[in-house]
Design a protein around this ligand. Structure first.
Ligand code: FES
Length: 143
């Protein structure tokens, strides 16, 4: 009788240990799948970009990378800067600044945008994305 009780206890302890090991193996096997399926963290998407204001000349465009995409900042007046995505909203070509006309021209299908990013003509369905820009102590803070 006592031998049976000890045997039952051993069996119970053994099952508990095996259950714990099985649970750990299950977690170890499903964790990579969970990480793959989980939404990506925003990472640097909240980070701002700093550009020396000396790099941006009045009436000229300064292109840079913003969160891995082409972007541009223009100084429209001594205190007015505009920061935009340089990716055309039609099919994603990179727009070029036309200094004489003071507008952006997309080289792919002739889309035209104002210095503020508004569509002036061509196939682009919507304006260029705009970013906040602030001038502080000689630095343009974008984002
Ligand atoms: Fe810019 Fe088509 S991609 S106008």
């Amino acid at each position: 009788m006592k031998t049976q009780s000890i045997s039952k206890q051993r069996r119970k302890v053994l099952f508990t240990i095996l259950g714990g090991i099985g649970t750990l193996i299950g977690i170890a096997l499903t964790w990579p799948v969970f990480r793959f399926l989980a939404p990506r963290e925003r990472g640097d998407n909240n980070e701002k970009t700093f550009i020396s204001s000396e790099l941006v000349k009045l009436g000229k465009a300064h292109f840079f990378q913003f969160h891995g995409k082409a972007a541009v900042v223009i100084q429209l007046s001594p205190v007015n800067f505009v920061a935009l995505s340089a990716v055309c909203t039609h099919l994603g070509c990179i727009v070029a600044w036309q200094e004489q006309a003071k507008e952006f021209l997309c080289p792919c299908h002739g889309g035209r945008f104002s210095a503020e990013g508004k569509v002036l003509g061509g196939p682009p369905p919507k304006p260029l994305e705009t970013y906040d820009v602030e001038l502080k102590e000689g630095q343009l803070i974008i984002g």
